[in-house]
Design a protein around this ligand. Sequence first.
Ligand code: IVH
Length: 675
Amino acid sequence: MNDELSLFDSDDKKAENRINELSALINKYDKAYYADATPLVSDREYDELFRELQDLEAQFPALKKSDSPTQRVGSDALESFESVRHDKPMLSLQNTYSRKELSEFFRRVEEGLEGDKAEYVCELKYDGVAMSLRYRKGKLDIAVTRGDGYNGDNITANARTIRNIPLSLNVDHDFEVRGEVYLEDQTFREINRKREEAGEKIYANPRNLTAGTLKLLDSSQVASRPLKMVCYYYDATEMNITHYGNTGKLKELGFPTGYDLRLCKTADEVFEFIDEWESKRHDIPFAIDGIVIKVNSLEQQRLLGFVARSPKWAIAYKYEAETARTLLKDIKLQVGRTGAVTPVAELEPVFLSGSTVSRATLHNVDFITDKDIRVGDTVMVQKGGEVIPKVIGHVPELRSADSKAWEFPALCPCKRQSPLSRPEGEANYYCNDPQCPWQIRRHIEHFASRNAMYIEGLGEKVVEQFTELGLLKDISDIYRLHERRDEIAALERWGDKSADKLMTAIEKSKERPFDKVLFALGIRFIGESAAGLLANHFKNIDKLMNATEEELTGIYEIGERMAKSVLDFFADENEQRIVSRLRESGLQFEISNDNSGGAKPLAGISFVLTGELENMTRTEAKEKITALGGKVTGSVSKKTGYVVVGANPGSKYEKAQKLGITILSEEELNTKLGS
Ligand code: IVH
């Protein structure tokens, strides 16, 4: 026992030492690369160290420090995408909303050029997601997200699905192109509409949906969303001497270079371009949030250089979010899954930034009190690139003399009218009635949503219809719906086909694994990752239901608040009844061991994947390997059992060869997986 303990200790200690060592090395190399522009190691060596650090931190999460170099990648670098370092950092632009500041920019440029005149190129500022494309010998080799500016995610498979990006060109030099990936407004609305119908979460704006799409692990899903790219940067050994010329070069090569590009000889011409687009900006099929102004001559750009993380030779002039005035007809309440009650403005419909707005968020009671917003006021509404517009204030001169301050209602807007209360320190009022039909609806919507039980077809509208009709009283009724299939088929807007489709989706959801079921139950504060931790730790619902607070808080990342919520949930008789009905229906309430009676033929073997697999995604491969007890790590070492090599493998392939590790093809991997 003691021996074991000390062994454990020393492993931990070793990991800690190595983590410190790696962090120090990477920080040193970063500085040399970014600050002094004198790289000390090759990219490959750097990547290897970085990976090793990421792996160690994944293995020993307690040792991960918030200032670790891996944290700079932020949430952008998903474990399953390979992290790639940019050849040159992808910087951001200084922003301004003010013409005065723009004039100062022109002055600074001329000062920096010691009186020499500069020409400027004006471009639209596309409201999308930046991406870099590297071409080798005319072929698209690798596509990388911006990430933290220095390291991004390798999203090549996803980028290849974007139709207006050339995959190969008739040239044989290497070059890099950068630009913005975006979705047209129309496409965005269409995708959101379908998601809403399917009961899935909708995206706030086209940019978020674009970012979400580029991060999908399954590129065939990406391909079904018509992303587009517009390019604004070209880097090659043979370059034109101006930005304008290089954009022409991009166009000549077949890259999309945008709607409008104008070479301006004076500041006045720049201002004209800005004015022109201010009124035209909603007439184009995608969102722009401003104009980018760049010094045209590359030599002048070089002379001007950089400040912090932005070039001194470019600036973004941003347009103010548009506002509209309209009548606040009423303030309605909305009840969420947890009972939180939020105020929503009912507006006299008004046209704003390309669409008609009739509802807007009012945030919470404090916002309404602070801004003294009253029913009957003329309010200002704004759409800041988000789908849900917001009220930002009222127009005092237009207030009628008899208007009264708004008071938060005392009762829930649902038909049970339970009292509302506001816990201390909370921004929201809550309805604490577990039978509140609105909460029940939200709860069922959550249960059926994509990341939970993923029951397609059981979205907001259907849940509303079914609860109204008494077909659904709680989540466990979902699995009794087949008894009322004919009744459903006979409903308005239904029919045999859609009823059967829903029944199939419900049946299929019974295969969802334990952690998803746990998340779907909607235990307060238990999100997806906490549900995963609980499922892995307890393995089945009985053990979880009998867990003590100490046991729960003993799990890394499960805090007191979460533990209490779990205990409360399972102590509740109504929840117990629902859980037991769900069990009877055959949902997964334990971690499944469906591989030949729980055999773990790959136990203790570690795999490294490199290159693109043909018939499965990396995540799938990883899942299959771990299901059989194997481990998938990010870097090759002497301890690696196998390296699985797909098309276009990275440096890990060479390292494996060097170390004499057994190489597997995808086919050989499949044999090992027994399929
Ligand atoms: S040039 C060093 N041009 O805005 C300058 N960026 O805030 C690199 N963007 O990261 C960017 N339209 O994602 C440039 N015509 C345009 C752009 C543009 C949109 C984005 C880009 C960049 C961000 C800067």
